[in-house]
Design a binder for this molecule. Sequence first.
Ligand SMILES: [Zn+2]
Ligand SMILES: [Zn+2]
Length: 63
Amino acid sequence: METQKKEAVQKTSQEEPQCENCGMPKSEWKGNLGKGYQVEGETYCCRGCAEDGECDCQEREEQ
Ligand SMILES: [Zn+2]
Ligand SMILES: [Zn+2]
């Protein structure tokens, strides 16, 4: 398990939406061409999160 602590103290004025299920920032969403899926007012990164609770976006290799 990696516990890398990054000191990212930069404040972003933009509020980036996050997936309601997995917390992925919108910039990394894969579902619906990056727009995500909306279900009952909540926005999810992909269909997996929206319907199954399992994210489909995280198939990339971890560093
Ligand atoms: Zn998600
Ligand atoms: Zn996802």
